[in-house]
Design a protein around this ligand. Structure first.
Ligand code: ATP
Ligand code: ZN
Length: 226
């Protein structure tokens, strides 16, 4: 039961890979803003759209809990959050309102480069280091393979060398980071890109109208870039 709001609130990553492009995209929609002193909030001036600057991992929960209306986040984070939320029986389903075509990466399984890849069944009984345990578990189930996800929130790629895990399931764009750690990406679990995430229903108050206007401009801006 959130309070009635006549301004739209959009969450984006504060820094990191998606922060600047998200901010630039909103600016290219004609948004201008005043920045709060702590730099966590952009108060929209040209449109009733405010921007919250947060860690990308927090974006889905902010939307699901109604604190924000929309967010710009990687599909990888959105999918993991959705599976986690469903598994723990909470509501607040989110969907992709738009695909943005940048921030592309894959969630790949990577194995030590001195081993040969014969297929998913090779992973049976292994420990798989990942920051995406639910997405990995779903894929393993689809493959009919029983393995053990090991949750690591950072430096997943060094886990095999440390003996924490046998293989990894990690985000890859070029594969350079994995190869520098003697790991070879062998199969893809999820294809990701930046998306506009929102609830699976229309917004209340006047916010859907504001969102429609913003998305129309966003579609124009994305098309211009193509
Ligand atoms: P935060 O401090 O906000 O938690 P972070 O370190 O989790 O930041 P980044 O490394 O900035 O996040 O990645 C943000 C998103 O960028 C990822 O969730 C993913 O969707 C996308 N991305 C694109 N290419 C890559 C890549 N090569 N490695 C990791 N993420 C990538
Ligand atoms: Zn993060």
């Amino acid at each position: 039961p959130s309070q009635p709001r006549e301004r739209l609130r959009v969450a984006i990553q504060k820094s990191g890979r998606l922060g600047d492009p998200a901010r630039e995209l909103l600016a290219s929609c004609g948004l201008t803003w005043r920045e709060s002193r702590d730099r966590l909030f952009l108060y929209g001036e040209s449109l009733p759209v405010d921007v919250l600057l947060v860690r990308d991992d927090d974006i889905p929960a902010l939307i699901a809990d109604g604190v924000c209306d929309l967010g710009i986040v990687g599909r990888n984070v959105l999918v993991e959050h959705g599976l986690e939320r469903a598994a723990t029986g909470r509501d607040g389903r989110l969907t992709e309102w738009r695909r943005l075509g940048w921030g592309a990466c894959r969630l790949d399984v990577a194995i030590p480069d001195d081993q040969e890849w014969t297929g998913p069944e090779q992973l049976a009984g292994l420990r798989i280091a990942t920051s995406y345990p639910r997405t990995l578990a779903r894929w393993l189930e689809e493959q009919g393979v029983d393995a053990q996800p090991v949750l690591l929130n950072g430096s997943v790629e060094i886990a095999p060398r440390l003996g924490q895990a046998d293989v990894v399931a990690d985000l890859v764009s070029s594969g350079g980071t994995l190869r520098a750690n003697q790991l070879e990406p062998v199969t893809t679990i999820l294809e990701s890109e930046a998306v506009v995430a929102g609830p699976d229903h229309a917004l209340d108050d006047g916010r859907q109208e504001i969102a429609d206007l913003l998305l129309r401009r966003l579609d124009g801006a994305v098309r211009l870039k193509e």
